[in-house]
Design a protein around this ligand. Structure first.
Ligand code: NAP
Length: 269
């Protein structure tokens, strides 16, 4: 029988920023698929709770406390996971933050905080795991990008800059590590309802605007992203590297302008 192309069972998956939101949804899905998942984040109690409430799989979810802004913590985390589980097959580089305000109002510390987590932290996490994968001669990494990887959004300039940097990081690492059997891809979510965004999406104006810019006319759920992550980690994506897959309900397809909709479909005949 042909092996399941999407089989990720018994792989070791490290999720940075896995205590809630997109990272936790990814972790839960990989547990469901039979992987050994280790989540990280800064808050030990929320990591513990995430592990306790996650679904049962063949392997229980584990955690390591790790602030990605701290390179020593990254090294310690990656070393301990490698020692305990014998290696890392997939890194989901998901830890990220955002601050929304006009560009003229960002203080240097606020700018640094976003860059230290979203870009510098992602790079040194990728590097620490990449070194192990290169020695193993296999592995894959998935960087969680954003719509602002492709284009910018008002009021989030450092965030947009960090995410477009992340997408170039994906391509750069894919170029360098392909010869070692290590694949690096990105997943760019559209507008997804999580703790990071729920206050913004509680505004009816924002909800109405989302319907105009997202062809599938709804906000994304964290579960909308997890199948693509499994695909990218699986043998089905064995020849896919250096790519940013957009999972955004079509938001990046183009500009939905308010032209007179004379061409609206009125009949299904
Ligand atoms: P979230 O619900 O706020 O979760 C963020 C996660 O990152 C938490 O687990 C958090 O845990 C962790 N984290 C934050 N700073 C960290 C640090 N310094 N070190 C380690 N972990 C850290 O956010 P989300 O919406 O799921 O976003 C996850 C990723 O998806 C981010 O990179 C974000 O930019 C990206 N994204 C989100 C959307 C969206 O619409 N929601 C769209 C596009 C891209 P602790 O706070 O406990 O450390």
């Amino acid at each position: 029988m042909k092996p399941d192309q999407f089989d990720v069972s018994n792989t070791v998956v490290l999720v940075s920023g896995g205590s809630r939101g997109i990272g936790l949804a990814a972790a839960v899905e990989f547990v469901r698929q039979g992987a050994q998942v280790i989540i990280t984040g800064r808050n030990e109690e929320s990591l513990r709770q995430a592990c306790a409430t996650s679904i049962e799989g063949e392997h229980a979810m584990d955690f390591v406390t790790c602030d990605v802004a701290d390179t020593d913590a990254i090294t310690a985390c990656v070393d301990s996971v490698t020692e305990k589980y014998g290696g890392i097959d997939t890194l989901i580089n998901c830890a990220g933050i955002n601050t929304r305000k006009p560009a003229v109002d960002f203080a240097p510390e606020e700018y640094d905080r976003i860059m230290d987590i979203n870009l510098r932290g992602a790079f040194f996490m990728a590097q620490a795991v990449g070194k192990k994968m290169i020695v193993a001669g296999k592995g894959n990494q998935i960087n969680i990008d954003s719509l602002s990887t492709l284009t910018s959004l008002t009021g989030v300039s450092p965030y947009s800059m960090s995410k477009s940097g992340l997408s170039n990081m994906t391509r750069a690492l894919a170029l360098e590590w392909g010869k070692y059997g290590v694949r690096v891809n990105g997943l760019a979510p559209g507008f997804i309802l999580t703790d990071l965004t729920k206050k913004m999406w509680s505004d009816p104006n924002m909800q109405a605007w989302n319907k105009t810019v997202t062809p599938l006319q709804r906000l994304g759920e964290v579960e909308d992203l997890t199948g693509t992550m499994v695909f990218l980690a699986s043998p089905a994506a064995a020849f896919v590297t250096g790519q940013i897959l957009r999972v955004d309900g079509g938001a990046s397809a183009g500009i939905n302008w308010p032209i007179n909709h004379d061409f609206e479909v009125t009949s299904k005949d």
